[in-house]
Design a protein around this ligand. Sequence first.
Ligand code: NAD
Ligand code: UDP
Length: 324
Amino acid sequence: MGTIKRILVTGGAGFLGSHLCERLVGEGHDVICVDNFFTSQKANVSHLLSKPNFELIRHDIVHPLFLEVDEIYNLACPAAPGHYQYNPIKTMKTSVIGSINLLGMARRCNAKIFQASTSEVYGDPEVHPQPESYRGCVNPIGIRACYDEGKRAAETLFMDYHRMNKLRIRICRIFNTYGPRMHPFDGRVVSNFIRQALSNTDITIYGDGSQTRSFCYRDDLVEGFIRLMNAPDEVVFPVNMGNPGEYTIKELAEMIIELTGSKSKLVYKPLPADDPTRRRPDITLAKKHLSWEPKIPLREGLSKTIAWFKSIDPEQFRPPTPNY
Ligand code: NAD
Ligand code: UDP
């Protein structure tokens, strides 16, 4: 085993954060999980609480926090549209003030710091697939702006702390990721469709279902996070992470119906404002610098996710917003 590090994971009780904590605890690191449980529950990390190298702190990153750490993964931020639009001002504060607080901590401790950014920095892209050099097409006053512009401002802060203070930073632009432990009522397409298919209720397609997304299985992504954090310090530029397989939302619905053997019918609902029409990552940089690419195809990842949804009682998940 390599050196044991003190690692802070903010948003560590969330869907991706809890898997990252699990992985880092398994590697023997001292892991501190900070979360305000806005979109998650303690149950996501309760299996780690008995581990001597895991600590859980309920805290909101908009407020300063003093810890001594070697590495910080900043994942704290609501990620699903229904969640981040619930209190858009708070979403912006989490990305901006939260990043300032953590960057300050990283500077004081000389810690390396990772930002969970997003493909939403590309907005509704005119360039396809999206390379990191593409500057995006974001509506700065729309209903997604609290998230998109918050994450863009966070990237700016990370780069400026790097340029001014030589801070060691990592920026990961995450494309749609799914898997077990995603919140069953987060309103995202994979969780909605699986819940609907398993209960044989109508599958709600927003718009005509021709918009595309690329879906990455969570284990592939968490592997990418760790590779990026451990990459040479020259890798300060943003790196896309996602699965380049591109599917229309209608194709996704049909695949989920097939995999669940569901009797659900497709129904069409209005497309939300500023909903990107297509999205697919160009992962050339991740391949080149991290030798990373996803290994789990959509069909396999969906089967594992469906099996997990069958194993849970969705009613046990605290609904964070009244969006279901
Ligand atoms: P999630 O909602 O399950 O996790 C986010 C976690 O952050 C939750 O546990 C939530 O309670 C916590 N949190 C929110 N605001 C906080 C605050 N102010 N202080 C402390 N904790 C706070 O979502 P996820 O899918 O696990 O996303 C994790 C990160 O990855 C987010 O930053 C998100 O923007 C980014 N991301 C995810 C995806 C995806 O497809 N899952 C895509 C792009 C980016
Ligand atoms: N979507 C849908 N039905 C749903 C939920 C989402 O058709 O029940 C669509 C949504 O309009 C978008 C895509 O699926 O075009 C992905 O939505 P999601 O909220 O999962 O993530 P986004 O990539 O938009 O942030």
